[in-house]
Ligand binder design. Structure first.
Ligand code: NAD
Length: 410
Protein backbone atom coordinates (compact mmCIF):
# COMPACT_ATOMS: atom_id res chain seq x y z
CA UNK A 1 0.00 0.00 0.00
CA UNK A 2 1.64 3.25 -1.07
CA UNK A 3 0.68 6.84 -0.33
CA UNK A 4 0.71 7.48 -4.09
CA UNK A 5 -2.02 4.84 -4.59
CA UNK A 6 -4.22 6.40 -1.88
CA UNK A 7 -3.78 9.81 -3.46
CA UNK A 8 -4.82 8.47 -6.84
CA UNK A 9 -8.08 7.23 -5.33
CA UNK A 10 -8.53 10.52 -3.49
CA UNK A 11 -7.85 12.68 -6.57
CA UNK A 12 -10.32 10.61 -8.53
CA UNK A 13 -13.00 11.89 -6.16
CA UNK A 14 -11.73 15.47 -5.63
CA UNK A 15 -11.49 16.06 -9.39
CA UNK A 16 -15.03 14.74 -10.00
CA UNK A 17 -16.24 16.97 -7.15
CA UNK A 18 -14.14 19.91 -8.33
CA UNK A 19 -13.19 20.84 -4.77
CA UNK A 20 -10.43 23.19 -5.90
CA UNK A 21 -6.69 23.34 -5.13
CA UNK A 22 -7.01 24.78 -1.61
CA UNK A 23 -9.19 22.02 -0.21
CA UNK A 24 -7.36 19.36 -2.19
CA UNK A 25 -4.07 20.45 -0.65
CA UNK A 26 -5.51 20.31 2.86
CA UNK A 27 -6.92 16.84 2.31
CA UNK A 28 -3.79 15.25 0.89
CA UNK A 29 -0.94 15.78 3.30
CA UNK A 30 -0.83 14.34 6.83
CA UNK A 31 -1.04 16.98 9.57
CA UNK A 32 1.69 15.40 11.70
CA UNK A 33 4.27 12.68 11.04
CA UNK A 34 6.18 11.37 14.04
CA UNK A 35 9.15 9.05 13.55
CA UNK A 36 10.92 7.63 16.59
CA UNK A 37 13.82 5.38 17.41
CA UNK A 38 12.78 2.60 19.76
CA UNK A 39 15.76 1.01 21.49
CA UNK A 40 15.28 -1.95 23.81
CA UNK A 41 17.42 -4.46 25.63
CA UNK A 42 16.99 -7.91 24.07
CA UNK A 43 16.76 -11.06 26.20
CA UNK A 44 20.37 -11.98 25.36
CA UNK A 45 21.64 -8.57 26.54
CA UNK A 46 22.15 -7.15 23.04
CA UNK A 47 20.56 -3.91 21.87
CA UNK A 48 17.54 -3.92 19.55
CA UNK A 49 16.81 -0.69 17.67
CA UNK A 50 13.61 -0.27 15.71
CA UNK A 51 11.93 2.53 13.76
CA UNK A 52 8.47 3.52 14.96
CA UNK A 53 5.90 5.80 13.32
CA UNK A 54 2.70 7.63 14.20
CA UNK A 55 1.05 9.65 11.46
CA UNK A 56 -1.94 11.92 12.10
CA UNK A 57 -3.59 12.66 8.80
CA UNK A 58 -6.68 14.75 9.52
CA UNK A 59 -8.71 15.59 12.64
CA UNK A 60 -11.38 17.88 11.20
CA UNK A 61 -14.20 15.53 12.26
CA UNK A 62 -12.80 14.38 15.63
CA UNK A 63 -9.71 12.95 17.37
CA UNK A 64 -7.23 11.07 15.21
CA UNK A 65 -7.96 7.34 15.14
CA UNK A 66 -6.13 4.39 13.65
CA UNK A 67 -4.36 1.10 14.17
CA UNK A 68 -0.84 0.19 15.08
CA UNK A 69 1.02 -2.36 12.96
CA UNK A 70 4.10 -4.42 13.84
CA UNK A 71 5.59 -5.65 10.55
CA UNK A 72 8.99 -5.71 8.90
CA UNK A 73 7.63 -3.82 5.86
CA UNK A 74 6.26 -0.85 7.84
CA UNK A 75 7.73 2.42 6.59
CA UNK A 76 6.86 6.13 6.48
CA UNK A 77 5.13 5.90 3.11
CA UNK A 78 2.91 2.98 4.12
CA UNK A 79 1.92 4.58 7.41
CA UNK A 80 1.06 7.84 5.59
CA UNK A 81 -1.16 5.89 3.19
CA UNK A 82 -2.92 3.96 5.95
CA UNK A 83 -3.45 7.13 8.02
CA UNK A 84 -5.12 8.81 5.05
CA UNK A 85 -7.39 5.78 4.51
CA UNK A 86 -8.53 6.09 8.15
CA UNK A 87 -9.68 9.67 7.55
CA UNK A 88 -11.91 8.51 4.69
CA UNK A 89 -13.07 5.38 6.50
CA UNK A 90 -14.32 7.16 9.63
CA UNK A 91 -16.15 9.64 7.39
CA UNK A 92 -17.83 6.91 5.30
CA UNK A 93 -19.37 5.35 8.42
CA UNK A 94 -20.05 8.75 9.95
CA UNK A 95 -18.26 8.30 13.27
CA UNK A 96 -16.70 11.40 14.89
CA UNK A 97 -13.02 10.68 14.31
CA UNK A 98 -10.22 11.72 12.04
CA UNK A 99 -7.55 9.44 10.63
CA UNK A 100 -4.18 8.22 11.90
CA UNK A 101 -1.96 5.15 11.75
CA UNK A 102 1.18 3.89 13.41
CA UNK A 103 3.63 1.08 13.25
CA UNK A 104 6.98 -0.35 14.16
CA UNK A 105 9.28 -1.85 11.56
CA UNK A 106 9.80 -5.24 13.18
CA UNK A 107 9.03 -8.89 12.58
CA UNK A 108 7.40 -9.65 15.94
CA UNK A 109 7.69 -13.41 15.37
CA UNK A 110 11.40 -13.04 16.06
CA UNK A 111 10.78 -11.46 19.49
CA UNK A 112 9.95 -13.04 22.85
CA UNK A 113 6.85 -11.88 24.71
CA UNK A 114 9.04 -9.91 27.16
CA UNK A 115 10.86 -8.19 24.26
CA UNK A 116 7.53 -7.33 22.62
CA UNK A 117 6.30 -5.80 25.87
CA UNK A 118 9.46 -3.71 26.26
CA UNK A 119 9.19 -2.59 22.63
CA UNK A 120 5.53 -1.58 23.01
CA UNK A 121 6.12 0.28 26.29
CA UNK A 122 9.18 2.11 24.93
CA UNK A 123 7.25 3.10 21.80
CA UNK A 124 4.46 4.42 24.04
CA UNK A 125 7.03 6.49 25.98
CA UNK A 126 8.09 8.04 22.68
CA UNK A 127 4.61 8.91 21.40
CA UNK A 128 2.67 9.59 24.63
CA UNK A 129 2.95 13.34 24.02
CA UNK A 130 0.99 13.12 20.75
CA UNK A 131 -1.69 10.56 21.66
CA UNK A 132 -4.54 10.74 24.18
CA UNK A 133 -8.28 10.01 24.60
CA UNK A 134 -9.25 13.36 23.05
CA UNK A 135 -6.28 13.58 20.68
CA UNK A 136 -5.31 10.32 18.99
CA UNK A 137 -6.51 6.82 19.86
CA UNK A 138 -4.52 3.81 18.56
CA UNK A 139 -6.01 0.33 18.03
CA UNK A 140 -4.80 -3.13 16.92
CA UNK A 141 -3.78 -3.91 13.36
CA UNK A 142 -1.50 -6.50 11.76
CA UNK A 143 0.43 -8.42 14.46
CA UNK A 144 -0.92 -6.35 17.36
CA UNK A 145 -3.81 -7.35 19.60
CA UNK A 146 -5.58 -6.78 22.91
CA UNK A 147 -2.39 -7.50 24.87
CA UNK A 148 -0.50 -4.83 22.90
CA UNK A 149 -3.27 -2.34 23.66
CA UNK A 150 -3.21 -3.31 27.35
CA UNK A 151 0.54 -2.49 27.53
CA UNK A 152 0.00 0.86 25.79
CA UNK A 153 -2.89 1.76 28.09
CA UNK A 154 -0.88 0.84 31.17
CA UNK A 155 2.21 2.75 30.05
CA UNK A 156 0.22 5.83 28.99
CA UNK A 157 -1.66 5.75 32.32
CA UNK A 158 1.68 6.05 34.18
CA UNK A 159 2.01 9.55 32.71
CA UNK A 160 -1.64 10.65 32.63
CA UNK A 161 -3.61 8.66 35.23
CA UNK A 162 -5.94 5.76 34.45
CA UNK A 163 -6.84 6.30 30.78
CA UNK A 164 -8.64 3.35 29.20
CA UNK A 165 -9.96 5.56 26.35
CA UNK A 166 -6.44 6.16 25.00
CA UNK A 167 -6.60 2.93 22.98
CA UNK A 168 -9.35 0.65 21.71
CA UNK A 169 -9.32 -3.06 21.02
CA UNK A 170 -8.45 -3.70 24.67
CA UNK A 171 -9.22 -7.03 26.39
CA UNK A 172 -12.71 -7.17 27.96
CA UNK A 173 -11.11 -7.38 31.44
CA UNK A 174 -9.42 -4.01 30.82
CA UNK A 175 -12.39 -1.90 29.72
CA UNK A 176 -12.57 -3.42 26.25
CA UNK A 177 -15.84 -3.76 24.37
CA UNK A 178 -17.87 -6.87 23.75
CA UNK A 179 -17.89 -7.66 20.06
CA UNK A 180 -14.71 -5.71 19.17
CA UNK A 181 -12.59 -8.75 18.26
CA UNK A 182 -15.17 -9.92 15.72
CA UNK A 183 -16.30 -6.49 14.51
CA UNK A 184 -14.03 -5.98 11.49
CA UNK A 185 -14.67 -9.47 10.16
CA UNK A 186 -18.39 -9.07 10.90
CA UNK A 187 -18.48 -5.91 8.79
CA UNK A 188 -16.59 -7.62 5.96
CA UNK A 189 -19.02 -10.55 6.05
CA UNK A 190 -22.09 -8.27 6.15
CA UNK A 191 -20.83 -6.28 3.15
CA UNK A 192 -20.17 -9.59 1.40
CA UNK A 193 -23.69 -10.84 2.08
CA UNK A 194 -25.34 -7.56 0.99
CA UNK A 195 -23.25 -7.32 -2.17
CA UNK A 196 -23.83 -10.97 -3.12
CA UNK A 197 -27.58 -10.40 -2.87
CA UNK A 198 -27.27 -7.18 -4.91
CA UNK A 199 -25.51 -9.25 -7.59
CA UNK A 200 -28.38 -11.75 -7.55
CA UNK A 201 -26.29 -14.48 -5.87
CA UNK A 202 -27.81 -16.41 -2.99
CA UNK A 203 -25.22 -16.40 -0.16
CA UNK A 204 -26.36 -19.89 0.86
CA UNK A 205 -24.27 -21.99 -1.47
CA UNK A 206 -22.08 -19.14 -2.73
CA UNK A 207 -18.34 -19.86 -2.80
CA UNK A 208 -15.63 -17.67 -1.33
CA UNK A 209 -11.85 -17.48 -0.91
CA UNK A 210 -9.89 -15.68 1.81
CA UNK A 211 -6.29 -14.50 1.94
CA UNK A 212 -5.24 -14.19 5.59
CA UNK A 213 -7.01 -16.16 8.31
CA UNK A 214 -6.01 -13.77 11.09
CA UNK A 215 -8.42 -11.61 13.06
CA UNK A 216 -10.33 -10.19 10.09
CA UNK A 217 -10.26 -13.22 7.79
CA UNK A 218 -11.27 -15.73 10.46
CA UNK A 219 -14.30 -13.79 11.68
CA UNK A 220 -15.45 -12.95 8.16
CA UNK A 221 -15.15 -16.64 7.20
CA UNK A 222 -17.06 -17.79 10.27
CA UNK A 223 -19.99 -15.43 9.66
CA UNK A 224 -20.14 -16.18 5.92
CA UNK A 225 -20.03 -19.93 6.63
CA UNK A 226 -22.86 -19.49 9.16
CA UNK A 227 -24.89 -17.89 6.34
CA UNK A 228 -24.32 -21.00 4.23
CA UNK A 229 -21.44 -19.81 2.02
CA UNK A 230 -18.62 -22.27 1.24
CA UNK A 231 -14.93 -21.43 1.81
CA UNK A 232 -13.10 -23.25 -1.00
CA UNK A 233 -9.66 -21.57 -1.08
CA UNK A 234 -7.62 -20.03 1.70
CA UNK A 235 -4.06 -18.97 2.35
CA UNK A 236 -1.65 -16.89 4.40
CA UNK A 237 2.05 -16.23 4.93
CA UNK A 238 2.67 -20.00 4.97
CA UNK A 239 0.99 -20.92 1.67
CA UNK A 240 -2.37 -21.67 0.08
CA UNK A 241 -4.93 -24.51 0.22
CA UNK A 242 -7.89 -25.58 -1.90
CA UNK A 243 -10.88 -27.73 -1.01
CA UNK A 244 -13.75 -27.74 -3.55
CA UNK A 245 -16.08 -29.38 -1.01
CA UNK A 246 -15.63 -26.44 1.36
CA UNK A 247 -13.46 -26.17 4.48
CA UNK A 248 -14.76 -26.82 7.96
CA UNK A 249 -14.15 -23.20 8.98
CA UNK A 250 -14.16 -23.76 12.76
CA UNK A 251 -11.71 -26.67 12.48
CA UNK A 252 -9.46 -24.62 10.18
CA UNK A 253 -9.41 -21.64 12.58
CA UNK A 254 -8.65 -23.99 15.50
CA UNK A 255 -5.77 -25.45 13.44
CA UNK A 256 -4.32 -21.95 12.84
CA UNK A 257 -4.63 -21.07 16.52
CA UNK A 258 -2.85 -24.27 17.60
CA UNK A 259 -0.18 -24.11 14.87
CA UNK A 260 3.02 -22.50 16.29
CA UNK A 261 3.46 -20.78 12.90
CA UNK A 262 -0.18 -19.50 13.00
CA UNK A 263 -0.69 -20.74 9.43
CA UNK A 264 -3.39 -22.77 7.63
CA UNK A 265 -0.67 -25.02 6.21
CA UNK A 266 -0.77 -28.61 7.39
CA UNK A 267 -4.59 -28.66 7.64
CA UNK A 268 -5.76 -32.13 6.64
CA UNK A 269 -7.91 -32.92 3.60
CA UNK A 270 -6.96 -30.02 1.33
CA UNK A 271 -4.71 -29.62 -1.73
CA UNK A 272 -1.76 -27.27 -1.61
CA UNK A 273 -1.86 -24.62 -4.34
CA UNK A 274 0.30 -21.61 -5.16
CA UNK A 275 -0.69 -17.94 -4.91
CA UNK A 276 -1.37 -17.67 -8.67
CA UNK A 277 -3.87 -20.54 -8.55
CA UNK A 278 -5.43 -19.21 -5.34
CA UNK A 279 -6.02 -15.69 -6.61
CA UNK A 280 -7.43 -17.01 -9.91
CA UNK A 281 -10.01 -19.16 -8.04
CA UNK A 282 -13.40 -19.22 -9.74
CA UNK A 283 -15.39 -18.09 -6.71
CA UNK A 284 -18.30 -15.74 -6.16
CA UNK A 285 -16.45 -13.74 -3.54
CA UNK A 286 -12.74 -13.09 -2.95
CA UNK A 287 -11.69 -11.56 0.39
CA UNK A 288 -8.14 -10.23 0.66
CA UNK A 289 -7.63 -10.00 4.44
CA UNK A 290 -3.85 -9.89 4.80
CA UNK A 291 -1.58 -7.15 3.51
CA UNK A 292 -1.83 -4.26 1.07
CA UNK A 293 -0.89 -4.22 -2.61
CA UNK A 294 -1.53 -7.91 -3.35
CA UNK A 295 -3.88 -7.34 -6.30
CA UNK A 296 -1.63 -5.85 -8.96
CA UNK A 297 -2.64 -5.44 -12.61
CA UNK A 298 -1.09 -8.77 -13.76
CA UNK A 299 -2.81 -10.49 -10.82
CA UNK A 300 -6.14 -8.81 -11.64
CA UNK A 301 -5.91 -10.10 -15.22
CA UNK A 302 -6.11 -13.66 -13.89
CA UNK A 303 -8.91 -13.15 -11.36
CA UNK A 304 -12.23 -14.92 -11.95
CA UNK A 305 -14.32 -13.87 -8.96
CA UNK A 306 -17.51 -11.80 -9.29
CA UNK A 307 -17.05 -9.77 -6.13
CA UNK A 308 -14.12 -8.54 -4.03
CA UNK A 309 -14.70 -7.36 -0.47
CA UNK A 310 -11.55 -5.72 0.85
CA UNK A 311 -10.91 -6.91 4.39
CA UNK A 312 -7.31 -5.72 4.22
CA UNK A 313 -6.37 -2.08 3.89
CA UNK A 314 -5.26 -1.17 0.37
CA UNK A 315 -5.10 -4.67 -1.16
CA UNK A 316 -5.89 -3.44 -4.70
CA UNK A 317 -3.52 -1.27 -6.75
CA UNK A 318 -5.27 1.52 -8.72
CA UNK A 319 -4.57 0.09 -12.22
CA UNK A 320 -5.78 -3.34 -11.05
CA UNK A 321 -8.90 -1.70 -9.60
CA UNK A 322 -9.69 0.01 -12.90
CA UNK A 323 -9.20 -3.20 -14.87
CA UNK A 324 -11.46 -5.21 -12.55
CA UNK A 325 -14.19 -2.56 -12.62
CA UNK A 326 -14.00 -2.49 -16.42
CA UNK A 327 -14.50 -6.26 -16.40
CA UNK A 328 -17.63 -5.87 -14.26
CA UNK A 329 -16.18 -7.14 -10.96
CA UNK A 330 -17.83 -5.41 -8.03
CA UNK A 331 -15.37 -4.17 -5.39
CA UNK A 332 -16.52 -3.17 -1.91
CA UNK A 333 -13.60 -0.91 -0.96
CA UNK A 334 -11.61 -1.14 2.27
CA UNK A 335 -12.85 2.22 3.58
CA UNK A 336 -16.35 0.71 3.71
CA UNK A 337 -15.79 -3.05 3.95
CA UNK A 338 -13.45 -3.13 6.96
CA UNK A 339 -14.96 -0.14 8.79
CA UNK A 340 -16.73 -2.41 11.28
CA UNK A 341 -13.58 -2.45 13.41
CA UNK A 342 -13.23 1.28 13.83
CA UNK A 343 -16.99 1.61 14.34
CA UNK A 344 -16.82 -0.83 17.23
CA UNK A 345 -13.68 0.95 18.49
CA UNK A 346 -15.82 4.07 18.62
CA UNK A 347 -18.37 2.14 20.74
CA UNK A 348 -15.54 1.06 23.06
CA UNK A 349 -14.34 4.66 23.42
CA UNK A 350 -17.90 5.85 24.13
CA UNK A 351 -18.28 3.15 26.81
CA UNK A 352 -14.88 4.09 28.33
CA UNK A 353 -15.84 7.76 28.47
CA UNK A 354 -19.23 6.97 30.00
CA UNK A 355 -17.92 4.20 32.30
CA UNK A 356 -21.01 2.28 31.28
CA UNK A 357 -20.74 -1.01 29.42
CA UNK A 358 -22.96 -2.63 26.79
CA UNK A 359 -23.78 -6.29 26.10
CA UNK A 360 -22.51 -8.04 22.97
CA UNK A 361 -26.05 -7.88 21.59
CA UNK A 362 -26.16 -4.08 22.18
CA UNK A 363 -22.88 -3.73 20.28
CA UNK A 364 -23.90 -5.89 17.32
CA UNK A 365 -27.37 -4.31 17.17
CA UNK A 366 -25.73 -0.87 16.89
CA UNK A 367 -22.99 -1.95 14.47
CA UNK A 368 -25.11 -3.40 11.69
CA UNK A 369 -27.36 -0.34 11.04
CA UNK A 370 -24.34 1.98 10.84
CA UNK A 371 -22.61 -0.26 8.30
CA UNK A 372 -25.86 -0.83 6.40
CA UNK A 373 -26.48 2.92 6.12
CA UNK A 374 -22.92 3.49 4.86
CA UNK A 375 -23.24 0.60 2.38
CA UNK A 376 -26.55 1.94 1.04
CA UNK A 377 -25.29 5.53 0.79
CA UNK A 378 -22.24 4.40 -1.19
CA UNK A 379 -24.45 2.19 -3.37
CA UNK A 380 -26.80 5.09 -4.05
CA UNK A 381 -23.98 7.37 -5.23
CA UNK A 382 -22.51 4.54 -7.30
CA UNK A 383 -25.82 3.71 -8.95
CA UNK A 384 -27.08 7.27 -9.47
CA UNK A 385 -23.83 8.58 -10.99
CA UNK A 386 -22.58 5.30 -12.48
CA UNK A 387 -19.38 5.33 -10.44
CA UNK A 388 -17.60 2.30 -9.09
CA UNK A 389 -18.05 1.75 -5.34
CA UNK A 390 -14.59 3.00 -4.38
CA UNK A 391 -15.04 6.30 -6.19
CA UNK A 392 -18.51 6.62 -4.64
CA UNK A 393 -17.12 5.96 -1.13
CA UNK A 394 -14.32 8.50 -1.59
CA UNK A 395 -16.81 11.10 -2.87
CA UNK A 396 -18.93 10.58 0.23
CA UNK A 397 -15.90 10.81 2.53
CA UNK A 398 -14.36 13.86 0.84
CA UNK A 399 -17.71 15.64 1.07
CA UNK A 400 -17.86 15.09 4.85
CA UNK A 401 -14.21 15.81 5.64
CA UNK A 402 -14.10 18.75 3.22
CA UNK A 403 -17.15 20.38 4.83
CA UNK A 404 -15.75 19.92 8.35
CA UNK A 405 -12.34 21.26 7.30
CA UNK A 406 -13.83 24.40 5.75
CA UNK A 407 -16.19 25.03 8.69
CA UNK A 408 -13.37 24.76 11.22
CA UNK A 409 -11.25 27.18 9.24
CA UNK A 410 -7.63 27.06 8.18
P1 NAD B 1 -3.65 -10.45 11.72
O1 NAD B 1 -2.25 -10.19 12.09
O2 NAD B 1 -4.60 -11.00 12.70
O3 NAD B 1 -3.68 -11.42 10.43
C1 NAD B 1 -2.91 -11.16 9.30
C2 NAD B 1 -3.07 -12.33 8.34
O4 NAD B 1 -2.31 -12.02 7.15
C3 NAD B 1 -2.52 -13.64 8.87
O5 NAD B 1 -3.37 -14.68 8.49
C4 NAD B 1 -1.18 -13.76 8.15
O6 NAD B 1 -0.75 -15.10 7.96
C5 NAD B 1 -1.51 -13.13 6.81
N1 NAD B 1 -0.31 -12.70 6.10
C6 NAD B 1 0.75 -12.01 6.60
N2 NAD B 1 1.69 -11.86 5.65
C7 NAD B 1 1.22 -12.47 4.55
C8 NAD B 1 1.72 -12.68 3.23
N3 NAD B 1 2.92 -12.21 2.87
N4 NAD B 1 0.97 -13.36 2.35
C9 NAD B 1 -0.24 -13.84 2.70
N5 NAD B 1 -0.79 -13.69 3.92
C10 NAD B 1 -0.05 -13.02 4.82
O7 NAD B 1 -4.16 -9.06 11.10
P2 NAD B 1 -5.66 -8.54 10.96
O8 NAD B 1 -5.95 -7.68 12.12
O9 NAD B 1 -6.56 -9.68 10.61
O10 NAD B 1 -5.50 -7.57 9.71
C11 NAD B 1 -5.57 -8.05 8.37
C12 NAD B 1 -5.81 -6.87 7.43
O11 NAD B 1 -7.02 -6.23 7.80
C13 NAD B 1 -4.74 -5.78 7.45
O12 NAD B 1 -4.61 -5.23 6.16
C14 NAD B 1 -5.33 -4.74 8.38
O13 NAD B 1 -4.83 -3.44 8.12
C15 NAD B 1 -6.79 -4.84 8.03
N6 NAD B 1 -7.69 -4.34 9.06
C16 NAD B 1 -7.69 -4.87 10.32
C17 NAD B 1 -8.58 -4.39 11.27
C18 NAD B 1 -8.69 -4.99 12.65
O14 NAD B 1 -9.60 -4.59 13.40
N7 NAD B 1 -7.86 -5.93 13.02
C19 NAD B 1 -9.44 -3.33 10.95
C20 NAD B 1 -9.42 -2.82 9.65
C21 NAD B 1 -8.55 -3.34 8.72
Amino acid sequence: MSFEDTIRYLFNATRIMDVGDRIEKLLVTPERQVKVEVAIEMDDGSLGVYEGFRVQHNDARGPYKGGLRFHHEVDQDEVNALASLMTWKTAVVGIPYGGAKGGIQVDPRGLSLAELERLTRKFTDKIEVVIGPQVDIPAPDVNTDGQTMAWIMDQYSKYHGYSPAVVTGKPIELSGSQGRVAATGRGVALCGLWALRDLGIDPAGATFAVQGLGNVGSWASRILADAGARLVAVGDHGGYLHNPEGFDVEALIAHVEENPDRSVMGFAGADEIDFDTFIASEVDLMIPAALGGVITKPVAETMRCKLIVEGANGPTKPDAHDLLVERGVMIVPDILANAGGVTCSYFEWVQNNQHFYWSEKDVNDRLEPILRKAYESVNEIATARKFDHRTAAFIMAVREVGKATVMRGI
